[in-house]
Design a binder for this molecule. Structure first.
Ligand SMILES: CC(C)(COP(=O)(O)OP(=O)(O)OC[C@H]1O[C@@H](n2cnc3c(N)ncnc32)[C@H](O)[C@@H]1OP(=O)(O)O)[C@@H](O)C(=O)NCCC(=O)NCCS
Length: 214
């Protein structure tokens, strides 16, 4: 799949499945840039968090956007019990030490998602800030939807936080509907958000709105 992003680089953006070998670090950086505020209390400082994420990626659980062979975006998903971000409790303790690691485990558990049968969970979409608003995020979402359909999933599920209305607007344009909002006021000071909305979309391709061309 290709998207012409004239002006953003020298070539078109291409979407592929899996994080290309050698791009794990960039993938972790993009992920951290997008979700560092939320993940910070569990994985800070950044110079530990980014290598930790890079070392424990399940690279076959993402679709990636490349521009001039550089990774400029990715969307992680959870399928068959594996998500893009891995790392066992033992790995957390090894990286952060036992005492500090133990305090982090309950925070990490907050981000765990358990798909219902027939669901593919999309967990983490991030596009390089320099290329946002040009349709890359939409391409990534549609590729995840194609995977869901191929895997005979009934629906795609994702969570969006209340401090990210633009991402929510994007999901609504791509055919997702909010089904439930969990208020989490106790997390506002710690993680920066006070509510999480779960959204669902049927797994088949969304024919209503194509990716925007610049
Ligand atoms: C959300 C995100 C992946 C969208 O990628 P994208 O390539 O800009 O997406 P598209 O070009 O297909 O669609 C653009 C739409 O995305 C949404 N969007 C959300 N945050 C945005 C941002 N910082 N810049 C531009 N668009 C953003 C808007 O709805 C925008 O439409 P608008 O310009 O009419 O407001 C990207 O903005 C991003 O990486 N944001 C930070 C991480 C994040 O919030 N992830 C979602 C967590 S639930």
């Amino acid at each position: 799949m290709e998207l012409d992003t004239t002006g953003a680089g020298t070539g078109p953006v291409t979407v592929r499945r899996g994080v290309p070998a050698g791009s794990e670090r960039r993938a972790a950086e993009l992920y951290w840039e997008a979700f560092g505020r939320k993940l910070g209390p569990a994985l800070n400082p950044p110079d530990k968090a980014v290598p930790f994420l890079a070392a424990h990626l399940n690279t076959d659980r993402a679709v990636c956007a490349l521009l001039d062979r550089q990774l400029v975006g990715l969307a992680g998903y959870q399928l068959g019990g594996r998500a893009l971000t891995g790392g066992s409790a033992r790995a957390v303790l090894r990286t952060y030490g036992h005492l500090r690691g133990l305090r982090r485990l309950p925070l990490l558990a907050l981000f765990e998602r358990h798909p219902a049968p027939g669901q593919l969970v999309m967990d983490g979409i991030a596009v390089d800030p320099g290329i946002r608003g040009r349709g890359v995020g939409s391409l990534l979402i549609e590729e995840v939807a194609a995977i869901a359909a191929e895997q005979d999933c009934r629906e795609i599920r994702l969570d969006v936080i209340d401090t990210n209305p633009r991402a929510r607007a994007l999901y609504e344009r791509r055919g997702f509907t909010a089904v439930r909002t969990e208020r989490t006021p106790y997390l506002r000071r710690l993680l920066g958000f006070g509510a999480v909305t779960t959204m669902l979309r049927p797994a088949e391709a969304n024919g209503t709105t194509g990716p925007r061309t610049p």
